[in-house]
Design a binder for this molecule. Structure first.
Ligand code: RAM
Length: 354
C-alpha cells in the first residue's frame, strides 16, 4: 500500500504532478515483487490436517486454479490422513514426500511441534515445508507460514462476537478442534489475552474442550458442556466442524433461545443456523484464496525465485502482491499475511452460502 510518507519531501513540497504520478505508478507495479515464470517444474503436495471437509476442499480448488494458471509441468498432489489418524498420518506423509524428493509440502499442521523433526528432515533433504491455515508453533522446519488472518486479531474477533451475543456478561465455553491444533490453540490464547481488557470484565470463560474436528465427537462435547455448565450463554467454536455440530446439538435440544453458538464456520454449512438464530454471528476467510496464495508461494520457492526470507515480496496472480515478514504472533517464524476475514450474520450469510 502506498502512503504519502514514502514520497520524498522535496517532491511533496514541489507538488510536481508528473513526477508524483510516475512514482505512484512505479509503486503500484511494485518493482521488487517477484513474479512467477510459467511452465516451471514444481512437484507440490497439498497436505491438509485431514481429508473430507469443505474448507480443505476449497483450499484444494484454489491450489488447482493456480496450478493451471502457472502451467506447472510438475504435479500437484492432494493427500491427507483421516481425522482419527491426523497427527501420525501427517508426519508419515511428510516423511514419504521427503523420500520422494517433492519440492514443497504445503502443510496445514495438526500435529503441534511433534511434526518439527520430520519438517527439519524434509528441509535437510531439500523438500521445503510451507505451512498454511495452521503453522508449526516453533517454526522449526517451516520455511514460511501463509496466514489466513492475523492470529491476534482473530482472538479479538472471537471475544467480540461472544461479547455481543452475551450482552457483555455471563459464562461461556470454548469447543475447539484437536488439543494439538496450532491454529486453534493460538486463536484461543489470543482470545484469552483479549478477554483481559476492561470491556470483557463481566464475561467468564468457564471451560475449553475438544471435539477433534469430528462431527459426532463435537456434537457430544457440546451436549456435555450444556449439562456441565447450565448457565452458559455462548459456545464459541473456532472450528468449521465444531461450530456446525454445536449449532445442531443446540437446535436438536431446543436450546437456541438460551444458548448461542459462534466461532469460525463456512457460510454454506452455517446458513440455516444463522437464519434460525442458533448461531447469529460467526467469521471466516476464503479458503480458496488461501490455497491459491499458498500455491503461488510454494511454486516460487520450488523454482528458486524466492527463499522465504523476510522482506521478499511476491506477485500472487489475481490476489496481488504479498510481503514475507517476521510472524509477530509467534516467537519465531516468517509469515505471509493474507486476510481479510468476514463476519457473517443474517444480513450477509445467504449471499455467501451460494
Ligand atoms: C476447521 C479446521 C481448520 C480451521 C477451520 C476454522 O476446518 O480446524 O484448520 O481453519 O476449522
Amino acid at each position: 500500500m502506498l502512503t504519502t510518507t514514502r514520497l520524498p519531501k522535496s517532491l511533496l513540497r514541489l507538488g510536481c504532478l508528473t513526477a508524483l504520478t510516475t512514482i505512484l505508478m512505479a509503486g503500484a507495479a511494485s518493482a521488487e515483487a517477484v513474479s512467477a515464470k510459467k511452465g516451471e517444474t514444481a512437484n507440490l503436495v497439498l497436505l491438509p490436517k485431514f481429508l473430507g471437509i469443505l474448507p480443505f476442499d476449497q483450499a484444494r480448488r484454489g491450489a488447482e486454479e493456480a496450478h493451471k494458471e502457472l502451467e506447472n509441468k510438475g504435479a500437484l498432489q492432494y493427500i491427507g490422513p483421516t481425522p482419527e489418524n491426523s497427527v501420525a498420518g501427517q508426519i508419515e506423509m511428510l516423511t514419504t514426500a521427503t523420500t520422494q524428493k517433492q519440492h514443497v509440502v504445503m502443510l496445514s499442521n495438526n500435529a503441534g511441534d511433534q511434526i518439527s523433526a520430520a519438517a527439519e528432515a524434509a528441509q535437510a533433504a531439500g523438500t521445503k515445508v510451507v505451512t498454511w491455515d495452521s503453522p508449526i508453533p516453533s517454526a522449526k522446519g517451516e520455511t514460511v507460514f501463509v496466514a489466513q488472518v492475523d492470529f491476534t486479531q482473530i482472538g479479538v474477533v472471537m471475544a467480540d462476537m461472544a461479547h455481543s451475543m452475551m450482552g457483555g456478561s455471563g459464562e461461556f465455553v470454548v469447543l475447539s478442534a484437536t488439543p494439538d491444533a496450532a491454529n486453534q490453540n493460538a486463536w484461543i490464547a489470543a482470545m484469552n489475552e483479549a478477554l483481559k481488557g476492561d470491556k470483557y470484565k463481566d464475561m467468564k470463560l468457564v471451560d475449553t474442550v475438544y471435539g477433534d474436528d469430528q462431527s459426532e465427537k463435537s456434537y457430544n462435547a457440546a451436549l456435555a458442556l450444556v449439562d456441565k455448565h447450565p448457565n452458559i450463554k455462548v459456545i464459541m467454536a473456532p472450528t468449521s466442524v465444531g461450530i456446525v455440530a454445536a449449532a445442531k446439538a443446540l437446535q436438536d435440544e431446543k436450546l437456541c433461545d438460551k444458548i448461542k453458538v459462534s466461532g469460525l464456520g463456512v457460510p454454506a454449512e452455517m446458513v440455516s443456523y444463522t437464519m434460525n438464530g442458533c448461531a447469529p454471528e460467526f467469521a471466516l476467510w476464503s479458503f480458496v484464496d488461501l490455497g491459491y496464495l499458498t500455491y503461488y508461494t510454494s511454486y516460487l520457492l520450488a523454482a528458486g525465485a524466492i527463499k522465504g526470507e523476510v522482506g521478499e515480496e511476491i506477485a500472487a496472480g489475481r490476489m496481488g502482491n504479498f510481503k514475507i515478514e517476521k510472524d509477530p504472533t509467534r516467537a519465531a517464524g516468517n509469515r505471509i499475511l493474507m486476510g481479510p476475514f468476514t463476519v457473517y450474520n443474517k444480513d450477509n450469510v445467504e449471499a455467501a452460502a451460494n
